[in-house]
Design a protein around this ligand. Structure first.
Ligand code: 13P
Length: 285
């Protein structure tokens, strides 16, 4: 089926009350497991790479590999660059065949965030690539992007219409109480704020910091109109837990890497299938 854009993959999410999972990958095994899990559920999926992941795996390798998976499993797959602050890298990803990029200018002042985001939209759209941007500042660490507790700020619903209209973005990441990484205490989602934001725009909304969010909070967000939900840290843990277990269980004389890596794929597939059940994207491919 090839890769699809973020705009296409999220097109009927609000109307049909489901969200598509955006999952952070780091290697061949986890990404293959994720697409495999989505295919078992006949669900669309967004495979996300951080800037560090692009540097680790390689740009052309990523595009070729994920496109190959989309063709093989025949479900809608969007290849998305997550939380990018490096304009040159964004342009390289767009040129190489990414179908979505996130420009994260959320640390800038409102007017500057609009100007930077709009310039990326103007560039990416000429290639048929979608753009996600963030309004407000989500706390925590996402690879190289760190936002301290004193810096974080919720999305102001009043800012949303102007931001969406002037930038022309395809999806909007909102700060409503979640954070990146493991939570020290259970997150408190500001549902009133989410309600106010959904009333201000029809632009698909994105919830970041999905690791550790309680199932009922996810369901409520989706019901209220959340279109994309990002999960990263939990998958890193599932990956390494599965690998550690496989190394422990196999004899020390085993040198073929595949018996160690196959359980990693399966662990990632299982994690994605569980999230698809919660996000409601089964049979939406
Ligand atoms: P977590 O690592 O907290 O799941 O967040 C992922 C994310 O939002 C990526 O953009």
């Amino acid at each position: 089926m090839g890769l699809v854009t973020l705009r296409e993959i999220l097109a009927d999410t609000r109307e049909k009350h489901y969200a598509v999972g955006g999952f952070n990958m780091n290697s061949y095994e986890d990404s293959e497991g994720m697409v495999m899990g989505a295919a078992r559920k006949h669900s669309p999926i967004i495979i996300m790479t951080s800037m560090a992941c692009v540097k680790y795996v390689g740009l052309k390798q990523l595009v070729g590999m994920i496109r190959g998976m989309a063709d093989t499993y025949n479900i809608p797959v969007c290849l998305h660059l997550d939380h990018a602050t490096d304009i040159d890298l964004i342009k390289a990803c767009v040129g190489a065949g990414y179908t979505s990029v996130m420009i994260d200018a959320s640390k800038k002042e409102f007017e500057e965030n609009i100007a930077i985001t709009k310039s990326i939209v103007d560039f990416a759209h000429t290639y048929g690539c979608s753009v996600e941007a963030e309004l407000g500042k989500l706390g925590g660490r996402e690879e190289n992007v760190v936002v301290s507790d004193s810096e974080k700020a919720y999305t102001n619903p009043e800012d949303v219409p102007r931001f969406v209209e002037e930038t022309g973005i395809d999806a909007l990441a909102v700060a409503i109480g979640t954070a990146h990484g493991f939570y020290k205490a259970e997150p408190k989602i500001d549902f009133e704020r989410l309600d106010a934001i959904t009333k201000k725009t029809t632009c698909p909304l994105v919830l970041h910091g999905g690791t550790g969010v309680p199932e009922e909070d996810f369901r409520r967000c989706v019901k209220m109109g959340m279109s994309k939900i990002n999960v990263g840290t939990q998958l890193k843990k599932d990956y390494t837990d599965a690998l550690r277990k496989a190394l422990k269980e196999n004899p020390e004389t085993e040198y073929d890497p595949r018996p160690f890596m196959r359980p990693v794929k399966e662990a990632c597939a299982q994690a994605i299938m569980a999230k698809i059940d919660i996000f409601g994207s089964e049979n939406m491919a």
